[in-house]
Write a protein that binds this ligand. Structure first.
Ligand code: AMP
Ligand code: P6P
Length: 343
């Protein structure tokens, strides 16, 4: 009789990875006194991004790549996918019953949700939309805070809170695979969507941003518009110097989620400085810079506007812009030294 193959006989059942839903549930059990509202809201956001993902994947076929012809509050042509993603998030957040205030890049003002739920959700429904027609990675970015105004008198200014009050932030990247990168304040974890199952599975737990990298990500085309200290940093990072591992490699997609995700994993620095055209920077504080800053700090990285910590900026308006530097703590510190004239 053929030798029995113990390994096959004793092999445990097929191992199924941890789903996003299970990960979030574990977090709830570990949160003293949690009622489940946070968990339910996060599960609704997961539903929304899976719906967006499905449409993004079929956009080319579904004729979703064109423009709606409308212009959003940013003065940018609103592409159909932008509008769709925005509508899905608003609808699902409202249905969750746990969103009190929602604010979107695509909405002029913050909105009080019907349920006046416990949380504020700020989001960029489809970041990088200018890249949609060229099939470049785009994504959804969000941040969650607890509502501070009372349920019977919810104030939209609740959206204008500094990023250090964020309780959860994440982004999805609709790239070669669909990733959901999340932090609820206990490290950063990445989940990959299995499109056949429709579930996100834990793919990279406990992401740590390297202390220093060897890549930089900036739109070099803006060089002539930068202030002198940033031009000096840019020249420095391209000089040959073996001891400091220079020149750094340059990578720039032009989609924040794609550039930030690569920097989070590989280290180095991403920068969108203020310049003579974008005098306050281009990226939005509340629903782009703050969520990314929360994630980078949770992963041991850093995020500054060149002078101060992004998460300490006190917002004054919903769509305010900020210069943004994300990355390895040492690389961000070096950038800041140039910015402050210390190098
Ligand atoms: P809740 O009562 O469900 O609104 O949760 C109260 C607080 O506990 C939230 O604001 C979070 O800071 C924390 N919390 C609740 N559920 C979770 C979870 N699934 N993962 C991480 N933190 C959680
Ligand atoms: P630029 C995309 O339009 C976006 O808002 C961000 O995703 C990205 O980081 C930035 O603009 C790119 O801007 O001026 O380099 O094309």
């Amino acid at each position: 009789m053929a030798e029995s193959i113990p390994s096959l006989r004793s092999q445990p059942p097929a191992v199924v990875g941890t789903t996003l839903r299970e990960h979030v549930l574990h977090g709830m059990h570990a949160a003293p006194g949690a009622t489940g509202e946070f968990t339910s809201l996060l599960n609704h956001i997961s539903l929304a991004v899976r719906i967006i993902n499905s449409r993004v994947r079929s956009a080319g076929l579904a004729g979703m790549l064109g423009y709606t012809g409308e212009v959003n509050v940013q003065g940018e042509e609103v592409q159909k996918l932008d509008a769709f993603a925005n509508d899905v998030l608003i609808n699902v957040l409202e249905r969750s019953g746990h969103c009190g205030i929602l604010a979107s890049e695509e909405l002029e003002d913050a909105r009080i949700a019907e349920s006046r739920g416990k949380y504020v959700v700020l989001f960029d429904p489809l970041d990088g939309s200018s890249n949609i027609d060229t099939n470049v990675g785009i994504g959804t970015i969000f941040a969650m805070l607890r509502r501070s105004s009372p349920k019977d008198n919810v104030a939209v200014d609740d959206a204008l809170r500094p990023g250090h009050e964020i309780v959860c932030a994440g982004y999805t990247l609709y790239g070669p695979s669909t990733l959901f990168v999340l932090s609820t304040g206990h490290g950063v974890h990445a989940f990959t969507l299995d499109p056949n199952v429709g579930e996100f599975f834990l793919s990279t737990p406990n992401i740590r941003c390297p202390l220093r990298g060897n890549g930089y990500s900036v739109n070099e085309g803006n060089y002539s518009r930068w202030p002198a200290p940033i031009q000096k940093w840019n020249q420095w990072i391209k000089e040959e110097d073996k001891q400091t591992n220079r020149p750094y490699g340059h990578r720039y997609v032009g989609s924040l989620v794609a550039d930030a995700h690569r920097t989070l994993l590989k280290g180095g620095v991403f920068a969108y400085p203020a310049d003579t055209k974008s005098t306050n920077g281009k990226l939005r504080l509340l629903y782009e810079a703050n969520p990314m800053a929360f994630l980078f700090e949770q992963a041991g990285g850093a995020a500054t506007d060149g002078a101060q910590r992004i998460l300490d900026i006190k917002p004054t308006s919903l769509h305010q812009r900020t210069p943004l530097v994300l990355g390895s703590s040492e690389d961000v510190m070096t950038y800041r030294q140039f910015m402050m004239g210390e190098r």
